[in-house]
Design a binder for this molecule. Sequence first.
Ligand code: TTP
Ligand code: MG
Length: 628
Amino acid sequence: MSSSVNDQRVIIQTDIDFFYGQVEELENPALKGQPFGVQQKHIIVTCNYIARGKGVRKLQLLGDALKACPELAIVNGEDLARYRVASKGIFHLVRSLVTGQKVERLGLDELFIDVTDMMEAHLTELGWNGDPDSTTVLDQIQTFRIPSNGQSFTYNPYNWIGFKIDNDGDRMSQSSQSQERLSWRTIKYHAASHLAAFIRNQIKERLGFTCSAGIATSKIFSKLAADIHKPNEQTLLCPDKYADFLEPLHIRKIMGIGYQASRTLCKKLGLMKDENQANEEDTLDDVDEAAQEGEAWYLPELTVSYVQQHCTLQQFLEWFGDRHGPVLWDLIHGIDTAQVIPTPLIPSQISIEDSFRVCKTMADATSRLHDLAIDFIKRLEVELRVKDEFVKYPTTLRLTTRNRGLNEDGTWRDSKGVRDTRISKSSRMPVDVFDLSRSIAERANALVEQSLLPMLRHLVKEPFALTLLNIAAAHLSTKRPAISIQNLFAKGKSALEHLPLRPDDIDESTWSDLPLDIQREIAQHHRSPTHDHDNISKIEETSFTSTTINTGPPTTTPPLPLLKRKRSNEEVDYDDDTGFAPSDYESMVLLGDGDETWDTCSICGKAMFTWGMQAHRLYHEKEARNQD
Ligand code: TTP
Ligand code: MG
């Protein structure tokens, strides 16, 4: 725990209370005071705290929620546009309150704010000499000035706002007259709790949302702290309490340890139970995700202290690899050096995704694409439109699918334990998408009929069994694209240049962040007769797009996936908001969403995820046929 104690950072994490629910309440105040839930598909994704008091939970099946609370009012929350607008507003406000400090978005309603520099500047103003352990006596009224925007508030450095957890327990602040000597470290964290309260008040006064907040020295502890007292509360978690605090927590509470990592731990530690063996007190963890895998796992109460006591670093290296093993090991020992990575105001790429149990027909896929395209265009507008114009234009459109495929005997492939291959196709973004004189529905319709469906037909042929569709916009430019949807397809090859193909050793998100000319240059250097994508492109190339088959990387380093959080039975891609290389947490989410098993191809010797092996073998078969 030593490096956490030595960590001098001050990180505030904010989490809006029942976020979608508050957006709904602000729009329809009649909802206030009664239990209500927000529904997406067959799930209550969130509910207000009145409903929680009656036994309704987040991510509960609608039927179960109504059983727990028959008077539950239901609001449809499938259109995310309003939530995104609210999320953006909160992010912009907080950024302006702490100008110059790092603010990172996580999901739609959480922010990490690194206010270390601001706190240290304030302490210096009060006479701090830079030694956190030195002590002083201060007046009970101090003024905290935010130099960058001229705002200020007064506070009492002997007191804190909300709850504080240290060696004296977990207690609320009380008015204090004390004039004893205080360490500058204590003053720093007390002052930070006042700053957190100031930020929360501003969010409430200016935008109407209540939120919870946590204050600690690292991201992980600030998030855990915010979760302790909810709703509309805040908690200061002092480093001297980190160890006691961490030990009894369920391993899944540790940000970065996802479904797959905890499943691996349970398996390796011999703790896995199936449905019949589970006790009532066992946690049914991630039912939805398990069901998607064709499994029904019950994960027992696997606490941090259990893992600390029963595992070694060596085992973590074996189970999670040289790269993730040590990071996970540190996390379960309270060491978290991950930095707050500022989220840019304008994302570098935007994507919308829907995953489902199975989609077997073009008609079904078309209807899903329509829904997704509407969401996609709304999302482009939320992120890139200011008043009556777009401020940035993504120039690349990418469609990604995941296809379960068929067994050799023609039966549907069993999804159990199999990670399906993602295949992408990219084309230039048609300019019509940005034509604000046409309705969103019209533009979505054109996008589907004239861009996405042709791309889909090139990606999959019936019979297929899709489990995911993702539409992405990348390569943002200040110039409006010149090609309309109709021209894009009418003129065919001559009107278009091929998009360069992504080399295997560059992951998808890094690749799509690169400017087109750099991509071309890199692609040129990577062209070789044995290169997967060159060969695949022979098979898949069309007059208007490039294709990427994600068969897993050729090296032993796993690719970093986008950070995902579950939205009912959909996957929501939040990483595209950041525009930055995935942080450690995000790479850790690989262990939550990915698959850690690796295989080596017996033909070419490449190491890759097991789930990618089938597609990779297919490539060898096709390559052999081409040579014939
Ligand atoms: P959360 O912050 O997890 O939940 P919440 O804000 O509703 O409630 P809390 O008071 O406990 O913070 O997620 C924010 C929003 O994201 C939530 O309102 C609904 C949505 N969401 C999903 O759609 N799917 C999910 O799996 C989760 C966790 C959240
Ligand atoms: Mg929340």
